[in-house]
Design a protein around this ligand. Structure first.
Ligand code: PMV
Length: 299
């Protein structure tokens, strides 16, 4: 077996605009200091492809799509291992980080020199499998890193904010991103709702650029109301967020949320005050988050 080739790509959080971004509305999102790492090595003595990873279906789909779209063939068998410290299916961009770390690793191992736009289009095509219809936000951040305003498939850079951020993991949602995206389509037929989502995200963008914490929190609360309205925030999570709000924090689900069950993946909390007593009461794990300026890289 030959020397291994390692690449890693970051996960993400969405500050504002998930779901609406699928319909061309803006979203503000940031790459985080959690990663998926792909380790590839040729198996020179065999023709087999072996996987050691959390989601074999996603990776085999990524492998086939990459080879087909780029008209590439594998000269030998390949061993693929993927590790991730991004909670899986919790709204933190684990699928995109897995896809990008893998396709970047595969193509660089094959000596292909592709531009980032080609990776973006390919990654987005692959992400249609877990997302149904991907906005490309997660893929863009896994590739480029940083903090961005993302709209209609294009991104404009924003400064990585310096605000007190926490991620609370309420547990893997019962439904997938694809099911959630399909279920909320009916709401986004309303131009009024699309405008409401856009207004909150534009306001958030302004507050972020001014580094105005009170205004940022007001936008997060308004976004939470809209996400609750489209049915992706289950009752127990609404209660949890209401308690956080009472304590002066602002919180919202991050990513697709869920349309069934009692868990909703990641909840993003912006708070200057200590919220650990509330989070401990619910028995949810919590961690602080830092923005990550770097996108995918060979390590
Ligand atoms: O839950 P995640 O990490 O898969 O994020 C989904 C974000 C959506 O806006 C709901 C879908 C998308 O493609 O942007």
């Amino acid at each position: 077996m030959s020397k291994s080739h390692k690449t890693r790509a970051p996960g993400k959080l969405i500050f504002s605009g998930e779901h609406a971004v699928v319909y061309g509305n803006p979203a503000i999102a940031m790459a985080i200091d959690k990663f998926a790492t792909a380790t590839l090595s040729w198996q020179l003595d065999a023709d087999v492809i072996s996987f050691d990873l959390p989601d074999t279906q996603l990776l085999s789909h990524a492998l086939i799509t990459t080879l087909e779209q780029l008209k590439l063939t594998l000269p030998h068998g390949l061993k693929i291992k993927v590790n991730s410290d991004i909670p899986i299916s919790c709204g933190m961009g684990s699928s995109a980080a897995i896809i990008i770390s893998f396709i970047y690793g595969l193509t660089t191992l094959l000596g292909e020199n592709l531009d980032l736009e080609t990776y973006f289009q390919l990654g987005r095509d692959i992400e249609h499998l877990p997302h149904g219809c991907s906005s490309g936000t997660d893929i863009y951040l896994a590739l480029h890193g940083g903090c961005v305003r993302f709209e209609n498939g294009a991104a404009v850079a924003r400064t990585i904010p310096d605000i007190p951020l926490y991620m609370v993991n309420t547990g893997k949602p019962e439904t997938t991103t694809k099911q959630c995206v399909a279920a909320v389509t009916k709401y986004f037929k309303s131009q009024i709702l699309l405008k409401d989502f856009a207004a909150v995200t534009n306001d958030f963008d302004w507050a972020l650029q001014k580094n105005n914490l009170k205004h940022i929190q007001a936008c997060i609360r308004a976004n939470h109301k809209l996400l609750t309205h489209i049915g992706v925030v289950p009752e127990p999570i609404q209660q949890f967020i209401a308690e956080l709000e009472k304590a002066g924090a602002a919180a919202k689900i991050c990513g697709a949320g869920t349309i069934a069950g009692e868990t909703a993946g990641a909840v993003l909390v912006v708070s200057e005050r200590d919220i650990s007593a509330i989070v401990e009461k619910y028995n949810y794990p919590m961690f602080t988050l830092t923005g990550n300026p770097h996108g995918v890289q060979v390590i």
